[in-house]
Design a protein around this ligand. Structure first.
Ligand code: ATP
Ligand code: MG
Length: 356
């Protein structure tokens, strides 16, 4: 996929701007606070109808204005499309080539990966951040996974409501446990299979000199490979008393863990900040290849603040290994980082007066 151009109105500090992009390399430079992340964020919002910075799109409306609009021209499988998002009065309107679409259809045009400064939290952050990451990635490969997760959430809400009441309704509890086991089994299989595929692809850290080994471990709260369906239901039924006592569901997809290992050690505590970033980049590179194989299209790569934590040698490796394979967008406040690449590229300088 290629993003040919974008037009942005009233998004954060951008009042009205148009950008046309290079088919391979776009380097966005400018000093702190000038609006580099805002530009990247606007692309993200344009494709996913949500932000990586805030759950409230209202915050993205330029101060003093009432709505924002982002519209891009993309080239997907040789066909040009126009993707537009408008946010007004708390409502999003999504359009492809002028026609309104719901998010489920619209999101299929979002063939992009965005890596921001905060993305490293996937490696070292709380377990729920890792689950959220894997779930969001699995959804992009297997859209039906979205429905499995929402079914689980519904069961979770019903079960927790029952537990919070503190009443020993064993039969109702059993019915929810059977349903929970059914949906958990599906989610478990998807997560297990996906991690296996990724582990087969992500062998070592190609950004490091030593090519240290990277491994992802999926640690479910119940291992369905070691238990029968009936045994799992029984285990859940028996946990009623404990769950009421703690006011929590002790088993389920919301308790699964994903851990990253680097050179045989837990990356969260063992790897340096730059190494954690390298692990993340290695994983995104493999996701890129997986998506390319699955869809026949190369996803666009966007790095906000490329120099976050990684050294110049690694930055060079990242850029050189992607150049020509797809379209890349890279931001940094350090312009010199991009000076040594002699391939054809576009440097986009952001200056405050442009935006106001
Ligand atoms: N809703 C809004 N309306 C107007 N301005 C906003 C809004 N939200 C954020 N800003 C402004 O946008 C600017 C931040 O821009 P951004 O985060 O894109 O900077 P940056 O170029 O990425 O900087 P850095 O190099 O520090 O990462 C800030 O000056 C902030 O005040
Ligand atoms: Mg920024």
């Amino acid at each position: 996929m290629r993003i040919e151009s974008i037009s942005i109105e009233n998004f954060r500090n951008i009042s009205s701007s148009n950008f046309s992009f290079h088919p391979f390399a776009n380097f966005i430079v400018g000093s702190n606070g000038v609006g580099k992340t805002n530009l990247v964020e606007s692309i993200y919002v344009n494709f996913f109808s949500r932000s990586f910075r805030t759950p409230h799109l209202k915050e993205c409306i330029r101060k003093g204005e009432k709505n924002f609009k982002i519209s891009s021209v993309i080239n997907l499988k040789g066909v040009r499309h126009n993707l537009t998002i408008e946010f007004k009065d708390g409502l999003k309107t999504l359009r492809i080539d002028g026609k309104k679409y719901l998010i489920g259809e619209y999101i299929k045009y979002g063939m992009i990966f965005v890596i921001t400064a905060g993305s490293s939290k996937i490696i070292y952050g709380e377990p729920h951040l890792k689950r959220k990451f894997f779930d969001s990635v699995i959804m992009r490969f297997y859209p039906e996974y979205i429905y499995d997760l929402s079914k689980f959430r519904k069961i979770y809400r019903n079960k927790i409501e029952l537990i919070k009441k503190g009443v020993f309704e064993k039969n109702t509890f059993h019915i929810w446990n059977v349903q929970l086991t059914q949906i958990y089994f599906k989610i478990f299989n998807r997560r297990k299979e996906f991690v296996k595929i990724l582990n087969e692809m992500v062998k070592g850290d190609f950004l490091s000199i030593e090519n240290k080994k990277i491994k992802i471990l999926y640690n479910p709260s119940i291992d369905f490979e070691k238990k029968t369906f009936e045994e799992v239901v029984l285990q859940l039924d028996r946990s009623l008393e404990k769950e009421i006592l703690k006011g929590q569901l002790l088993f389920g997809p919301h308790r699964d863990r994903f851990d990253f290992f680097y050179d045989g050690e837990l990356a969260r505590t063992f790897a340096s900040a730059g190494e954690k970033r390298s692990i993340l980049l290695n994983i995104f590179f493999k996701l890129f290849e997986l998506m390319k194989t699955k869809s026949g299209e190369s996803p666009v790569f966007i790095f906000d603040d490329i120099d976050t934590e990684i050294d110049e040698d690694r930055i060079g490796k990242v850029i050189n290994s992607l150049y020509g394979k797809t379209q890349i967008f890279i931001t940094s406040s350090k312009e010199h980082l991009f000076k040594n690449f002699d391939f054809d590229k576009k440097l986009i300088y952001l200056k405050n007066p442009m935006y106001s």
